[in-house]
Design a protein around this ligand. Structure first.
Ligand code: ASP
Length: 467
């Protein structure tokens, strides 16, 4: 057995117990005949004392040489109460220490390229990303990943007890119109054809409603080839939700109750400014705050304030830079009109949509809409967006076909997980809450991706590289 206890278990272990521990040397201090080690598992530390008198001279020589920060060791020893005055109130095991009887060096560590045990030292981000596995040993990221895990776990639990089922949808898929550039994957079997990595599971989740699943969710990665910024990554994670036989109000209510619950269970120290969440029309938000993701906190200095809001009544269509019309959310969103004729005779830019954005402290943390379930209406929307009938058939034929077989009214939403966790963790950007993020120009510095591929791979994929 490698260890009898993890460091976190030690506060409840009786004095005098013999334990075997294993972990990393967090810090080492020498005091004459004593070597002190802070031994680390995850974020937990315990003091280990190596007394000169318990080891032979050669053993001592070896240990002095080998016990360096980040070395992996196994320690056998006895739990002892620390002497009064030597307690450390800053760590959970601060009242005890382990008197070492045997020390095994499992793996020695080279000197890390940056300091791991002092959060006040500022380390350049490139080096943190290149050695992400070391960066992840630091308390800040350990804490953030744990928080993220707790958020995701609470989301899952919340939805599962309400009868939602978690369903995976494909990553190798077809280009979807969510407004960003697609990541494309060449097909080996179909020369010249490409899969697209989904910008979201939008069409799949709607097809799951056609399939009668009624309440779907998925913690899912989405891929968008856009310029990365502090709150954007080429791949990011959404809590994707879709429901049948609901109205907008049902979805807003579900989200509001879920997020109040999440905050209460995961970060009870935070307080929510508006309950129920503030609601604003997009026009109101623009005229009052000049943005459709306003920061509505009463005190912007307060790291524990959460001002959630729903932004409603977005226009259905907008003019794109090239003058053509685009969908503000996506074309599957239901326009707020009574029938197809009304849609056809109304100025498209005056048509509102059953769309809602979910906003927190100045960030958009989600968006969704009620969907058009009438195939004729969907067809009319595609026409307004300038798609030719052939184009509609090629891009969305599968959906229109599916809608011929009995489609329930449905709608959904997709709150982003990275931004929400970033805000809860009081972090300045989402890279701090993602285990392996990419740089601003989309590189993974640790894996050195993207990278070149072999001639053989290029040939198999029927590609030619233009330099
Ligand atoms: N697929 C949408 C998005 O990623 C969300 C939705 O409409 O449910 O923004």
């Amino acid at each position: 057995m490698f260890r009898t206890h993890e460091v976190k278990d030690l506060p409840s272990v009786e004095i005098g117990t013999k334990v075997t521990l294993a972990g990393w040397v967090h810090r080492r201090r020498d005091h004459g005949p004593l070597i002190f080690i802070d031994l680390r598992n995850r974020r937990d530390l315990v003091q280990v004392v190596i007394r000169e008198k318990d080891f032979s001279a050669t053993e001592q020589e070896g240990l002095k040489e080998a016990i360096r920060p980040e070395t992996v060791v196994q320690i056998q020893g006895t739990i002892q109460a620390r002497k009064p005055g030597n307690e450390n109130p800053n760590i959970a095991t601060g009242k005890i220490e382990v008197i070492a009887e045997k020390v095994v060096i499992i793996n020695s560590a080279a000197t890390p390229p940056f300091v791991l045990d002092d959060p006040s030292v500022v380390v350049g981000e490139d080096i943190r990303m290149k050695y992400r596995y070391l960066d992840l040993r630091r308390e800040r990221l350990q804490k953030n990943l744990l928080l993220r895990h707790e958020v995701v776990r609470a989301m899952r639990q919340y939805l599962i007890v309400r009868d939602f089922i978690e369903i995976e949808t494909p990553y190798l898929s077809k280009s979807t119109p969510e407004g960003a550039r697609d990541y494309l994957v060449p097909s080996r079997f179909q020369p010249g054809k490409f899969y697209a990595l989904p910008q979201s599971p939008q069409q799949y989740k709607q097809l799951l409603m056609v399939a009668g699943l009624e309440k779907y969710f998925q913690i899912v990665r989405c891929f968008r080839d856009e310029d990365t910024r502090g709150d954007r990554q080429p791949e990011f994670t959404q809590l994707d939700i879709e429901m049948s036989f609901v109205e907008q109000e049902d979805i807003l209510k579900l989200i509001e109750e879920m997020y109040i619950h999440l905050v209460k269970t995961v970060t009870p120290e935070k307080h929510i400014t508006f309950q129920p969440f503030k609601r604003l029309s997009s026009a109101e938000a623009m005229s009052k705050y000049g943005t459709d993701k306003p920061d509505l906190r009463e005190n912007k200095e307060d790291p524990n304030e959460l001002a959630f809001a729903f932004i409603l009544d977005f226009p259905m269509f907008e003019k794109k830079d090239d003058g053509s019309l685009g969908a503000v959310h996506h074309p599957f969103t239901r326009p707020r009109v009574n029938n197809v004729e009304e849609l056809k005779i109304t100025d498209p830019l005056a048509v509102l949509a059953e769309q809602y954005d979910f906003v927190l402290n100045g960030y958009e943390i989600g968006g969704g809409s009620m969907r058009t379930h009438d195939p004729k209406m969907l067809q009319a929307v595609f026409e307004i967006l300038g798609h030719s009938p052939d184009d509609v058939q090629a891009q969305f034929g599968h959906l229109l076909e599916a809608f011929r077989y009995g489609v329930p009214p449905h709608g959904g939403i997709a709150p982003g997980i990275d931004r929400f966790v970033m805000i809860l963790a009081n972090e300045p950007n989402i890279r701090e809450v993602i285990a392996f993020p990419k740089t601003g120009d989309g590189r993974d510095l640790m894996m050195d991706a993207p990278s070149s591929i072999s001639e053989q791979q290029i040939k198999e994929l029927h590609l030619r590289i233009i330099k």
